[in-house]
Design a protein around this ligand. Structure first.
Ligand SMILES: NC(=O)c1ccc[n+]([C@@H]2O[C@H](COP(=O)([O-])OP(=O)(O)OC[C@H]3O[C@@H](n4cnc5c(N)ncnc54)[C@H](O)[C@@H]3O)[C@@H](O)[C@H]2O)c1
Length: 428
């Protein structure tokens, strides 16, 4: 695995757990040192146990020596980051191409090189070109095997994926990779193969489609708020139609995270490159950007335009529960906005303090829900961590005028009203 981040570490550990010998390579030496000391650099439920078990059985090796790992491996997964470029927010392929150049130097026998990183269509062709400048085409095959795991559920997603997509222009190599995944296929995962470019598009089209579902239900939630309809009922009513499905139909804050924001934009740019107007995804991006402002306005409204000197508790700052990933989380906009407008913020997140907020004087990290909510005028539930689902608000706050803004619809508006709270949620 070249790149030992969320994808490389989880996949590497899980492949080792299936009996393979896996080298997890990262150029970040500190990360590798930590892993060799048993410190897991990310928060992912269940990962630590699998890493430790396979590390001790010497099936999982952490190293910064890419050459050694490549020369000893048959299959090489590229799991490096593909963030947005600064210029036009297309996928930045610098890490992918520089890793490909490095790999090329150490190809000593036939290797399958697989892009697991999310890369735009034709990137595989470009990687093949880079490597063939150094090595004969007979010595390697570049294929695509996009990753669909979700942070927070990554282990389960690896072990029980809905589908394994492989994009390859070489049938023999496809068979080889099918064999690698055989333990998962035997448990029910569907193995689907297509050509290399096809797999590259499947990944972006899937992420963009899920982002579309989220933005769609978020817009419908806005309509529900104005018409006194419960968005939860609308989601259930829609989701019962098997053609639609209930997943990703839960209204909430703008979508965030390490994938959807960058991948939707990168897809739109790819469309432009080919002079194809991907207008639906462009609207989704616009809608998601607007969503952030809509929710800030709602908070302003809840506080009757008086944010200054208000004590606001934020529960959860990561973009979703069960991860420590802060990339593109809507809290990165929310907290600075409230601070700038004069509020005092105490936030709590089960995955710990975030350095993103260190520079803000009026923002502090609390050790638990109770400490964060102490004396709060407004509590905002931002992330759907389990421990926020059964809070006894009466117990944690003595403030009679307490306001609660539940951005994840975790509580019943009726019950909260009965308890006497000013309770606000999304789309109901
Ligand atoms: N995070 C997710 O949930 C997820 C899910 C599916 C797909 N993906 C895709 O997978 C890819 C990786 O995502 P991630 O979240 O794991 O990224 P990440 O930033 O967590 O990890 C990438 C790692 O690659 C390392 N790296 C970069 N260049 C290297 C090189 N030349 N040699 C060795 N190591 C190198 C970095 O130091 C870093 O540790 C991205 O393309 C992403 O879009 C991510």
């Amino acid at each position: 695995m070249i790149g030992t981040g969320y994808v490389g570490l989880v996949s590497g550990a899980c492949f080792a757990d299936l009996g393979n010998t896996v080298y997890c390579v990262d150029k970040d030496k500190e990360k590798i040192n930590k892993l060799n000391k048993g410190i897991i650099p990310i928060y992912e439920p269940g990962l630590s146990e699998i890493v430790k078990k396979n590390y001790l059985s010497q099936r999982l090796i952490f190293t910064s020596n890419l050459g050694d790992a490549v020369s000893k491996s048959d299959i090489i997964f590229l799991c490096v980051g593909t963030p947005s470029t600064k210029i036009n927010k297309s996928a930045d392929l610098t890490y992918v191409f520089s890793a490909a150049k490095e790999i090329a130097k150490y190809i000593n026998k036939f290797k399958v090189i697989i892009t697991k990183s999310t890369v735009p269509v034709t990137t595989g062709d470009k990687i093949e070109k880079i490597i063939s400048q150094k090595k004969r085409k007979k010595l390697f095959e570049v294929i695509s095997n996009p990753e669909f795991l979700r942070e927070g559920d990554a282990i389960r997603d690896f072990r029980f994926p809905d589908r394994i997509v492989v994009g390859s222009n070489n049938a023999k190599v496809t068979k080889k990779i099918e064999f690698l995944y055989e333990p998962l296929i035997k448990k029910g995962a569907t193995f689907f193969s297509t050509n290399r470019r096809g797999a590259e598009i499947i990944k972006y089209a899937s992420n963009a489609f899920l982002a579309t579902k989220i933005s769609y239900i978020n817009e419908i939630a806005n309509l529900c708020e104005k018409t006194n309809v419960n968005i939860e009922d609308v989601s259930i009513g829609m989701g019962l139609d098997k053609r639609i499905g209930s997943r990703f139909l839960r209204a909430g804050p703008a979508y965030g995270g390490s994938c959807f924001p960058k991948d939707t934009i990168a897809l739109a740019v790819t469309g432009d490159d080919y002079k194809i107007d991907l207008s639906i995804i462009k609207s989704v991006i616009k809608s998601n950007t607007k969503r952030k402002t809509i929710l800030l306005d709602r908070i302003k409204n809840i506080l009757s335009n008086k944010i200054k000197k208000k004590k606001i508790a934020i529960l959860g700052v990561t973009f979703k529960p069960n991860t420590d990933d802060m990339r593109e989380s809507s809290s990165l906009l929310l907290i600075p906005y409230l601070e700038k407008n004069g509020a005092f913020i105490s936030y709590y997140d089960p995955s710990g303090k975030k350095k993103n907020f260190d520079k803000f004087k009026k923002v502090s990290f609390s050790k638990n829900v109770k400490e964060a909510c102490d004396n709060a005028d407004l509590i905002i539930i931002h992330t759907e961590w389990d421990e926020f689902k059964s809070i006894d608000f009466k117990k944690i706050s003595k403030n009679k005028n307490l306001k609660i803004y539940d951005m994840r619809n975790l509580y019943s508006p009726k019950k909260m009203k009965k308890l006497g709270f000013s309770y606000y949620s999304i789309g109901r």
